[in-house]
Ligand binder design. Structure first.
Ligand code: HEM
Length: 345
């Protein structure tokens, strides 16, 4: 049956093409209707636009280029509903829930502390190069996250407060910032990752870490790990490598629309970009929590590059043993004069 319909359509189209005179007969009632409509509802061309909108219908236009004949692309409406529906609503709730859970962990259990007193002897943990690459990634990521959140939620959360003028200015500033900082973030991750791959390779004891991770936060229990624990390794491969790749590649497709991409390609790319970026932000909230207030003195590791031996022993025992036994060389060489010394709080 469908074959027959298609054939008929082709035949009809051929007919109209061959005998334009024939079409008026068909069109005549519509023209009349259109003319009548102009009388009763001037400028209301709804039937015309309904015709134009017909799924995948491509019309003739003098504008050269891909899909220029598609005046109204219906899939655009589907994209708009996904953007303003599940992506905005579920994405927004997910961020609020993660922030609430982290606040709950902090106010219920407090920061993770070492059991023993700091020795005052510091151990190099991150080289200057590693810290520079990290903070370039961290700062550019935060700029991308904030500007992305304003583009997604700004009109619901900020616009009612700022009003149109300020919001318009802010949103366009942040959109441009997003476009320029995106490549910086990607480059900084490309620079940061190779150096850290070796210490993020999975080890059997990582499974033990995952099994006991909750007890570590809830009961301040000690769980041995290598230079990076199971959680950091999952962050590294899942987010720093995986989600950077997905959000950056889709970001570049959106940033350079001059490769003849169709609207459908851009809409699908946007959906992957938004979802991968939201997932990245959700997990990064956990990383930032642990890297600032969640684990005492963790911040120092990436700030100064040094940690106290007690901290190293209690949080990364196998790495501590390797460093002490000389099985591996110190990342940053001797402790420089004036390096900060950990004080017991
Ligand atoms: C404000 C945001 C951030 C803060 C405060 C922060 C803090 C930290 C701290 C304190 C450490 C050291 C943890 C340790 O000694 O084991 C660390 C490690 C690390 N951070 Fe961040 N970070 C932030 C954002 C980011 C972002 C956006 C990325 C990547 C895109 C990132 C990637 C890493 C990596 C790869 C490590 C090493 C751990 C591993 O390789 O598994 N960080 N961060």
């Amino acid at each position: 049956m469908p074959k027959l319909i298609r054939l008929t359509r082709w035949a009809l189209a051929a007919l109209v093409f061959a005998f334009p005179a024939a079409a008026p007969a068909q069109g005549k009632p519509a023209d009349n209707t259109q003319a009548e409509r102009q009388q009763t509802q001037p400028y209301n061309n709804a039937p015309v636009w309904r015709e134009v909108r017909k799924e995948g219908q491509e019309y003739v236009t003098t504008v050269k280029g891909r899909e220029t004949g598609v005046l109204v692309q219906s899939a655009g409406e589907t994209w708009r509903q996904i953007r303003n529906g599940p992506v905005t609503v579920w994405g927004g709730f997910a961020i609020l829930i993660v922030v609430a859970v982290l606040a709950g962990i902090y106010f219920s259990f407090g920061p993770l502390k070492t059991h023993d007193k700091p020795t005052g002897r510091l151990m190099p943990r991150f080289t200057q190069f590693e810290r520079w690459a990290h903070w370039t990634s961290a700062i550019s990521f935060c700029v991308l996250a904030v500007s992305g959140l304003v583009m997604l939620f700004g009109k619901h959360v900020l616009l009612p407060v700022t009003g149109y003028t300020l919001f318009g200015w802010l949103a366009s500033l942040l959109k441009n910032l997003h476009n320029f900082v995106g490549p910086v973030f990607l480059l900084s991750v490309i620079v940061m990752v190779p150096n850290l791959v070796r210490d993020n390779l999975p080890k059997s004891y990582d499974f033990n870490w995952f099994a006991k991770a909750w007890a570590m936060f809830a009961r301040n229990e000690h769980v041995p790990s290598g230079r990076f624990n199971g959680g950091e390794k999952a962050w590294f491969w899942g987010c720093v490598v995986g989600l950077t790749l997905l959000s950056a590649v889709t970001g570049l497709i959106l940033l350079f629309p001059n490769f003849d991409q169709t609207r459908a390609t851009m809409q699908l790319t946007w959906i992957f970009h938004a979802i991968s970026a939201l997932l990245f932000m959700l997990v990064a909230l956990g990383h930032i929590y642990v890297g600032t207030i969640g684990v005492e003195d963790a911040y120092q590791a990436m700030r100064s590059g040094y940690v106290d031996e007690t901290w190293a022993k209690e949080h990364h025992e196998y790495w501590y043993n390797e460093m002490k036994s000389g099985a591996r060389s110190a990342a940053g060489g001797a402790v420089p004069a004036g390096a900060p010394r950990a004080e017991r709080k």
